[in-house]
Design a protein around this ligand. Structure first.
Ligand code: PLP
Length: 433
């Protein structure tokens, strides 16, 4: 058997804290459409799109052709010291798509680097190292981004130089304002924001960074309009608003192209990564010209915006827009939400079903109350896998099953996933109940 062998080699040489799914971790060796195949020949419908990395799914001819054309030039990458046509063209498109006036784009290799850059720009621009973030947030794995990550399971270090204050508004299902109406929730969060600003900061805060829908934190959807109300408070003090669109960009929420558009607000800075490379490593920051250009020192990303990653991203964007995958995400997301609510109604192990488009969370609890059940989420993961479906896990308590299939999902695949999820949740309900 290859898996245990590879697993023990993995454990021996890679960090212990590197998360692996499943009691018997799998090795993916083939992929096509929305399906992946493991080294034992088992085929799965991938309902987590890698980790929202494969917006289109796998082995997409248009992306493959774009990569091949770039490979045929012989230039995989030299450095970003020279002009890169793909990079300039992609930046032009993304700046326009962002809706940020007079926008500029800086390419990175990951969401972490994008957020690090956003925080560096905001703190430099405002000459302050004070930052606001949402409770239960996740923004990455480096020094500043770990510092603004408010989820204990992922907040690996508290030694970051960024001075952070956390506000409510990210995780509505649990917390002091759970059960509030949308309007009351927004009002309570705005009051909390004002209170945090006056009681925990000296006022000269650089930025608020927020995910429009928390990803790692459990696909938590705030009421539409919340961040618009926040922005009014921030504008009173000149505080910048950074929208972390690493998971919510490119139409995945169905409702809009960027998650933040649901809030009727244009951010000062946006960050992106994950899906746009359809598997290739690319991220970036979009900011108004005066913010982007506030740095006086030289700066470079050796690989950020390299010709191969930007070729993949351009082909992915073309495909997303030409096939209107945002509408597909809206339609199939609605269908999945309806089906999952029916499953939730029949099984008390499901405490909450929430989401937008193809970003849907199932929060699992100990039946009879709302106590989080990580065990139930673990059971659903194993039971779906054994039935040929890969899903994600997350949330503050590790008890949220996360669904984020490729945006090319078909109606038949959605029905198949609902059937499997129904069976898996029933097992969890029996075992945990
Ligand atoms: N921001 C958000 C909202 C994320 O979900 C993630 C990763 O999951 C990141 C930033 C970090 O991105 P990366 O893992 O590409 O560094």
């Amino acid at each position: 058997m290859t898996e245990p062998d590879l697993l023990s080699r993995h454990r021996a040489v890679l960090p212990e804290w590197l998360t692996l799914y499943y009691s018997e971790p799998i090795e993916i060796v083939g992929a096509s459409g929305r399906h992946v195949t493991d080294s034992r020949g088992r085929r799965y419908l991938d309902f987590f799109a890698g980790i929202l990395t494969n917006a289109l799914g796998y082995d997409v001819a248009e992306v493959r052709d774009a990569l091949r054309a770039q490979l045929d030039t012989g230039v995989l990458h030299t450095s970003t010291l020279y002009l890169i046509r793909n990079q300039v063209e992609l930046a032009e498109r993304i700046a326009k798509l962002s809706g940020i006036p007079d926008a500029k784009v800086f390419f990175t290799n990951s969401g972490t680097e994008a957020n690090e850059t956003a925080l560096m720009l905001a703190t430099q621009y405002r000459r302050s190292n004070q930052v606001l973030a949402l409770r239960n947030s996740y923004h990455g794995r480096a020094f500043a981004t770990v510092g603004v990550t408010g989820n204990r399971g992922w907040s690996a270090s508290s030694l970051s130089p960024v001075k952070v204050s956390y506000v409510h508004g990210g995780y509505r299902y649990r917390g002091p304002f759970s059960g509030y109406s949308d309007a009351d929730y927004i009002a309570a969060c705005v009051e909390d924001l004002r209170d945090v600003l006056t009681t925990t900061t000296s006022g000269d805060v650089a930025a608020l960074i927020a995910e429009p829908i928390q990803g790692v934190g459990g696909f938590n959807v705030p009421p539409d309009g919340l961040f618009g109300e926040f922005k009014q408070v921030l504008d009173e003090e000149g505080i910048l608003f950074v929208s972390d669109e690493v998971q919510t960009g490119w139409g995945r929420t169905g409702q809009h192209f960027w998650g933040i558009e649901a809030h009727g607000v244009t951010p000062d800075i946006m960050t992106f990564a994950k899906g746009v490379g359809n598997g290739l490593a690319i991220g970036g920051v979009i900011a108004r010209r005066e913010i982007m250009d506030c740095l006086r020192a030289n700066s470079i990303s050796t690989f950020g915006g390299n010709p191969l990653a930007t070729a993949a991203a351009a082909a992915t964007l073309d495909y997303l827009l030409d096939h209107d995958l945002q509408s597909n995400a809206a339609e199939l997301g609605e269908r999945l939400l309806r089906g999952l609510r029916d499953i939730g109604d029949a099984h008390p192990v499901v405490g909450d079903v929430r989401g937008k488009g193809l970003m849907i969370g199932l929060e699992l609890v100990v039946p009879g109350g709302s106590r989080p059940s990580e065990r139930a989420a673990g059971i659903v993961l194993e039971e779906t896998r054994s039935r040929g479906l890969l899903v994600g896990k997350g949330g503050l308590h590790g008890n949220v099953v996360r669904l984020a299939p490729p945006m090319t999902l078909t109606a038949e695949e959605a029905e198949q996933a609902l059937r499997i999820l129904g069976e898996a949740v029933a097992v969890a309900d029996r075992e945990v109940g």
